[in-house]
Design a protein around this ligand. Sequence first.
Ligand SMILES: Cc1cc2nc3c(=O)[nH]c(=O)nc-3n(C[C@H](O)[C@H](O)[C@H](O)COP(=O)(O)OP(=O)(O)OC[C@H]3O[C@@H](n4cnc5c(N)ncnc54)[C@H](O)[C@@H]3O)c2cc1C
Length: 336
Amino acid sequence: LEFKVSLKELNTFGVEAKAYGLSRIKAESDLIEVFKFLRAEKLRHITLGGGSNVLFIGNFPGWILKNEILGKEVVSENEEFVELAVGSGENWHEFVLWCLEKGFYGLENLSLIPGSVGAAPIQNIGAYGVEVKELITNVEGYDLQGKRCSFDNRECQFGYRESVFKLKMLDQFFITRVTFRLYKQSQLRLEYGPVQRELEKLGLENHTPKDVSKVVIQIRQSKLPDPKEVGNAGSFFKNPVIEKNLFLDLVEHYPEIPHYPTEDDERVKVPAGWLIEKAGWKGRRMGDAGVHENQALVLVNLNRVSGTQIRELSEKIQQDILIKFGISLMPEVRMV
Ligand SMILES: Cc1cc2nc3c(=O)[nH]c(=O)nc-3n(C[C@H](O)[C@H](O)[C@H](O)COP(=O)(O)OP(=O)(O)OC[C@H]3O[C@@H](n4cnc5c(N)ncnc54)[C@H](O)[C@@H]3O)c2cc1C
């Protein structure tokens, strides 16, 4: 295989890696053609949207399907709701802003998350108290045989940073369209403390979804590195969900440990960023791989890091957290 395509500009970590080939998918017909070709050549492939949740740990001996399917369509609406079918290659944040301009609400807490609309259901993106699964009604796409399939919300099997597309159907299904059901009247979700506090600082009587979006953008810009300046893929690890007994042991040593309830009474979610910071990793570096100085959950490319160096750093952190707290951290970022 001759590796012809550089992926450096196609992943937000900005690591250099090459792929055998690449096709830009602008329409469903492109996809059907490419799948025929991949079957004939017996080539592996992966789909890329914005490349903001992947780490290339070497050259990729297969084909990249770069998703560029655009389009937004109102499928139905009444006084309360609007249903929108959106091309999976649309930029997520631009789509959120477009909705706010149109008066379609619900996605404002998810402002400024990098990436594409089609990747949103893959790991059920979430931030500031909202998960996208609450607003998705349908996900459409094609399997490798070129057969069109559609999944309703339940069939997507959404969980915390999970879905059927990330687990059982990984690389088996190309999402072309996502349908959202959004509100026509504002339904503010302010459970997350910092959003509420920043809104109070604005000093307004009635807050709008646009205010929430503005505040979320401010908070994110103050805490998270911009991938255009410092390569990263957001949170590198998922927040671990641990047994209550282990949590009670930890509280004895660390009474200040933050924690959140889960649907299961016997389990508690703790912030991975807190554990990593407590273990002394915040701001540390190993070669060109670093732990961000403001947010310990984010690993960064400090110059010309390779994917392997980032992976090595992540493994060191995992070992240390296991020794210090008895907790296994699972990566959120997909390593390819
Ligand atoms: C600074 C920063 C902040 C972030 N903050 C958050 C956050 O708050 N919450 C959160 O949940 N995530 C966050 N992320 C992670 C990331 O933005 C999301 O996971 C996003 O949905 C990834 O979109 P993408 O298009 O870049 O996906 P990619 O990285 O291109 O792909 C991710 C995975 O989805 C698959 N995939 C992508 N598109 C398709 C498709 N059309 N069909 C089938 N499979 C597909 C890929 O093969 C890959 O396995 C952050 C990332 C960064 C860099």
